[in-house]
Design a protein around this ligand. Structure first.
Ligand SMILES: Cc1cc2nc3c(=O)[nH]c(=O)nc-3n(C[C@H](O)[C@H](O)[C@H](O)COP(=O)(O)OP(=O)(O)OC[C@H]3O[C@@H](n4cnc5c(N)ncnc54)[C@H](O)[C@@H]3O)c2cc1C
Length: 485
């Protein structure tokens, strides 16, 4: 967007609403907002606007819609599908200033928060009452409630407690034309259509969430966490299936492969067994007596699958070390290659062992290193393709191999995304799961909320524009996967 007379007028109007400090248009400021944590797809916004209240968001949206300018909401930018990347240019609307936990109600077990509040800040505020916010993405120190709602975020403990959608009671949101709407409420029940269900997981394409009423969970009175090492990744995968089949739903069940395990050990020096082919982390929580029975069942499933070693954390510090190994695993992979492309495919849990060896075969065929971290309990896989962004041929192989992994997930009866969303990253694979009619229905929902198609445009639903034909910011993947366009 060229800064001509009209744009100058728009900038002046935006400054009126949010203040001069919070409208950014210098190249060095815009560069910070050109991608999220999915760094293959980059596109610089024309403006960054940082509102401080719902009313300011509304004011900004009115100005943007008057000028027909695209707006892409952004929380902390930790997204892994290019969801906040401004591929049509326009305004990157940063919500991170709106970061207050406004109130915690211990009687109703709810929290009222602004959408830029970090996930962890909600649990911190609730902890004084023995409560916490259950969805726990590994990015929880940084990622915002608005981003969690938009992506329907999960996390290690969502195996037992469910995804974000089960923990949001209501939202205040702003439509593209600036209208402020309240959707849902203070309780689990609502008499209208489940519009809240539509908003959660809509990836910032329907409305900008500015406040949310969240459901809080009572902290468990006992927790037991363990590490188990396996001689093969297939046996580890089978143990996961057996545990669930035995009727145990652990609070979390996470799996890390040898490549990742060694990167974590190089980074954190926790004394992990470097020779194991797979590491399984299991956490059980609830009442003490129930946990003891579950422990026995888990251990028998592990032995049946030739586990090499099992160790239960003896105290909170050992437990924290186990979670450090899991939650810092993607960071640790930075020791192997400067860039990692984290996928998010889902498969039926029983197909885990098969999927793991098929991904190994894809890695060999494309001559790539693929590290594997899984929310194994719910079949959500995070293969991480390691690469150097400045090696053109490697980038091409990464994009093609990633697309094959997603196809594999769909072929196995799974789907494209468990928790990171479609964004721009998986948009070309959408027709693997949805036919034209399905996509048209989804587009009509988008149109009902955003008739001008200007809120987070060219995300989730494939259009010719995303193939770089008319989009203002063509992306690498569209050039590589041209046969899909
Ligand atoms: C190291 C690492 C670990 C991760 N682990 C997990 C994990 O365990 N589970 C998981 O689910 N994800 C995980 N993620 C992905 C990411 O953290 C989540 O998708 C998170 O919910 C994004 O939040 P954010 O505030 O960073 O949102 P952003 O990246 O800024 O935006 C994400 C999407 O939300 C939209 N959005 C943001 N704020 C709003 C708003 N207020 N209103 C409307 N739309 C909005 C954006 O337009 C975009 O489409 C991880 C990421 C990293 C880097």
């Amino acid at each position: 967007m060229e800064i001509n007379g009209d744009i100058k007028k728009m900038i002046a109007a935006l400054v009126e609403v949010v203040g001069e400090r919070y409208v950014l248009f210098q190249p060095e400021d815009l560069a910070v907002y050109e991608c999220d944590a999915e760094t293959l797809d980059m596109a610089r916004p024309d403006l960054v606007v940082l509102p401080g209240s719902t009313e300011e968001v509304s004011g900004v949206m009115k100005i943007a819609s008057d000028h027909g300018v695209a707006v892409s909401p952004r929380g902390a930018g930790t997204g892994l599908s290019g969801g906040s990347t401004t591929i049509e240019g326009g305004i990157s609307l940063g919500l991170a200033r709106m970061n207050r936990v406004i109130a915690v109600d211990p009687n109703e077990r709810t929290a009222l928060v602004e959408s830029g509040a970090t996930n962890v800040s909600v649990s911190q505020a609730a902890s004084a009452f023995g409560l916490y916010f259950a969805p726990d993405p590994s990015s929880q120190i940084a990622s915002t409630i608005g981003g969690n709602i938009a992506e329907n975020a999960g996390g290690p403990h969502c195996l037992k407690y469910g995804m974000t959608t089960g923990h949001v009671l209501g939202v205040r949101a702003v439509l593209y034309d600036g209208t402020i709407v309240d959707i849902g409420g203070q309780t689990r029940y609502s008499a209208d259509l489940d519009l809240l269900g539509l908003i959660v997981g809509s990836e910032g394409t329907l409305a900008v969430v500015t406040e949310a009423v969240l459901k809080l969970t009572v902290a468990p009175n006992a927790v037991e966490t363990m590490l188990a090492y396996f001689p093969t990744i297939e046996k580890c995968g089978q143990a996961v299936s057996d545990i669930v089949a035995a009727g145990v739903i652990p609070a979390a069940m996470e799996m890390i492969d040898k490549l990742t395990l060694n990167a974590v050990e190089d980074y954190l020096h926790l004394g992990l067994n470097r020779d194991a082919e797979a590491l399984l982390i299991i956490e059980l929580d609830g009442a003490k007596a129930g946990i003891d029975i579950q422990k026995q069942l888990v251990e028998s499933c592990l032995s049946r699958n030739q586990v090499d070693d099992v160790s239960w954390a003896k105290n909170e510090s050992e437990r924290q070390d186990i979670w450090k190994a899991r939650k810092r695993s993607f960071g640790a992979l930075g020791r192997i290659a400067p860039h990692g492309y984290v996928l998010d495919g889902v498969i039926p849990r029983s197909k885990l062992a098969h999927a793991i060896s098929a991904i190994g075969e894809i890695a060999r065929r494309y001559d790539l290193l693929i590290a594997n971290v899984y929310h194994a309990g719910d079949g959500n896989m995070h293969p991480c393709l390691l690469y150097h962004r400045d090696r053109e041929d490697e980038v091409k192989r990464v994009v093609e191999a990633a697309s094959e992994v997603l196809k594999l997930c769909v072929d196995l009866g799974g789907t494209l995304s468990g928790e990171h969303g479609i964004g721009v990253e998986k948009i070309l694979e959408m027709p693997l799961v949805f036919n034209e009619k399905d996509l048209a229905v989804q587009e009509s929902i988008k149109e009902a909320f955003d008739p001008m198609f200007k809120l987070n445009p060219s995300k989730v639903l494939p259009t010719p524009k995303v193939c770089g034909e008319a989009g203002s910011r063509p992306l690498i993947r569209h050039k590589i996967l041209t046969d899909r366009c």
